[in-house]
Design a protein around this ligand. Structure first.
Ligand SMILES: *Cc1c(COP(=O)(O)O)cnc(C)c1O
Length: 375
């Protein structure tokens, strides 16, 4: 069907845009020999995994279920990190994952024999205590009191036997200059032990597919770690894989006034794009301007009872009316993986826009998807 015929609300992933991102990431793999895996927590649209697997080295997971999804749907290198593992899940995790990354020496002592016996790799997450982001404290694993990664103070060189790699994840939507800064901290603090490792994982948060991203600096950071310490280098971006590669298409249901013009959409920031409220951020909206920039400004809100369920104030060339379709951009990442049926909101359909511009619905949801999670 045509884009204009899709039911709303609907997430639409654009295959061409996704593949452009994948080509860019694959260029880094080709030029440096590093490995890049998809962090599924940002984007788990597994219909696209065969395509993603043509360009990337595999998947990484935050827990057993994501690990299973990567194993079943991409079937390439499979990594996992969790702040702590459960006894009743570890065997299955070891069976389907290649790198199991631990958050503490106590977890390593508990599980490393099993991992090594299965021929899998044991990694340790370190905390270089190098904050490179202002503002987003909830996205800063180096913030004081963080539960992520072993700090130098608690590092145990006597317990490194069997550990083949170190992992850090400290960035969020950042450029390569912040990676360079972080690597300096990693080398300064953990440099003495890097030579005895086989690999290092730079985590995610690298905004590699953003227009202003400094890819040559990223590549020189990778090459530095390869040459100086003889390490295999892994990156595990989530956002960068599907950045700007998808839309959320919605319909205006009604308009009203309360000191300003308001439009109610058949979507919800809270249910369908929760990071708009949590991050928070203002999603791009095709054909619109900032408030006051074009003649008709509206506050766009959702159908839920949450007073704060608004997406933002946007302006338009024409007044909005019921039935108008609005298309939000950059809606592939951290949307369908985080959505909810709060207020009994229906979940958006998931569709693909293929290379010819044709749209196909992959999955539609209904009342059962709301009811089945309750009892
Ligand atoms: C969230 C996360 C990623 C991916 O981060 P993006 O910001 O989506 O690139 C990678 N690794 C770990 C350990 C993470 O927690």
């Amino acid at each position: 069907m045509r884009f204009e015929e899709l039911p709303t609300p609907c997430y639409v992933v654009d295959e061409t845009l996704l593949e452009n991102n994948l080509r860019l990431l694959n260029g880094v793999i080709q030029r440096t020999g590093c490995k890049i895996v998809l962090a599924q927590k940002a984007f788990s649209m597994y219909t696209m995994y065969p395509l993603i697997g043509q360009y990337l080295s595999g998947t990484t997971a935050s827990g057993l279920f994501e690990a299973r999804l990567g194993h079943e749907e991409m079937g390439k290198e499979n990594h996992i990190f969790s702040p702590a593992y459960r006894d009743d899940e570890i065997d299955e995790i070891i069976a389907i994952c290649d790198h199991i990354i631990f958050n503490s020496f106590s977890q390593i002592e508990k599980y490393k024999d099993k991992v090594l016996q299965a021929g899998k790799k044991v990694g340790l997450r370190i905390n270089p205590e190098c904050s490179t982001q202002e503002g987003h404290a909830i996205y800063d694993p180096c913030a004081p009191g963080s539960r992520f990664g072993v700090t130098l103070e608690h590092f145990r060189p006597d317990l490194l036997d069997g550990i083949s790699g170190l992992h850090f994840h400290t960035l969020c939507q950042q450029n390569a200059d912040d990676l360079e800064k972080t690597l300096n901290a990693v080398e300064e603090k953990f440099g003495p032990w890097l030579t005895q490792m086989d690999w290092i994982n730079f985590g995610g948060g690298h905004h590699i597919t953003r227009e202003d991203y400094d890819i040559p600096l990223l590549e020189s950071c990778i090459q530095h770690m390869q040459e100086r310490y003889g390490l295999d280098v892994y990156l595990e971006p989530g956002e960068a894989v599907a950045l700007n590669a998808g839309y959320l298409v919605t319909t205006v249901l009604d308009t009203l006034q309360n000191g300003m013009d308001i439009a109610i959409l058949d979507t919800s920031a809270s249910c369908h794009m929760p990071d708009v409220l949590e991050m928070p951020y203002r999603p791009p909206l095709l054909g619109s301007g900032e408030a006051g920039e074009k003649p008709f400004t509206y506050r766009l809100g959702g159908q839920t009872c949450l007073a704060g369920d608004t997406i933002g104030d946007y302006s338009f060339d024409q007044p909005l009316k019921g039935g108008d379709r609005l298309v939000f951009g950059d809606m592939a990442i951290y949307t369908m993986v985080k959505n909810t049926t709060f207020n009994g909101m229906p979940l958006p359909a998931i569709a693909i826009k293929d290379k010819d511009g044709d749209c196909h619905i992959v999955h539609q949801f209904g009342y059962q998807d709301f009811k089945m999670r309750l009892a």
